[in-house]
Ligand binder design. Structure first.
Ligand SMILES: [Cu+2]
Length: 183
């Protein structure tokens, strides 16, 4: 997906939220909009797949009335290549494992979660992307839920697109890079 349609989708979501009673006079927990932000950057764990200088930009909106939309734009990755990406439970750390498992709206009682009933792009935030010839890529996730007392802490980029079959659902190979996100 090209960056311009991604921006259009996020902005139209914002416009929808703002025109439906989210103003100060009518603000309620149902209509409040939280803006998802991240410091632009990328911690790389595998320079051969996320070269020095690669970056990720994350933005989004979450509101009880509309759910959660998250967009990611990356630059500086390898050209014409598929990557997996998901929201994980913890901020980025010195190693990819420190970001924890995928954030799930309804938590799978079985860990690690590889059951498609839980590990799917409706119960998790998936942002798989394919880069263009210049190493840029973009993806959008839209889910109909919002965060509770639990929140995601990062977006992790993986070495290939995400599997969906039972026993492998949600897996996407090694964790190659991470960006801490204020969900
Ligand atoms: Cu992941």
């Amino acid at each position: 997906m090209r960056p311009v349609p991604v921006l259009a989708l996020v902005l139209s979501t914002a416009a929808l939220a703002l025109t439906s009673g989210a103003g100060p006079a009518t603000a309620s927990p149902e209509s409040r909009v939280h803006v998802i932000t991240a410091k632009s950057g990328l911690t790389s764990y595998k320079p051969e797949l996320a070269p020095p200088g690669s970056r990720a930009h994350v933005f989004g909106l979450t509101s009880k009335a509309f759910g959660t939309s998250t967009a990611v734009l990356v630059t500086g990755l390898l050209p014409n290549r598929g990557y997996g990406a998901h929201a994980h439970t913890k901020p980025c750390g010195a190693t990819g494992d420190l970001a924890g498992p995928h954030y799930q709206n309804i938590e799978d009682p079985v860990k690690p979660s590889v059951d498609p009933a839980y590990a799917n792009p409706r119960n998790e935030i998936w942002l798989d992307l394919t880069t263009d010839a210049t190493g840029r890529g973009a993806a959008v996730s839209k889910v109909d839920w919002t965060f509770t007392t639990r929140r995601a802490g990062s977006i992790v980029i993986h070495e290939h697109h995400t599997h969906t079959d039972p026993g492998h659902a949600g897996t996407a190979g090694a964790r190659i890079a991470c960006v801490t996100v204020d969900f």
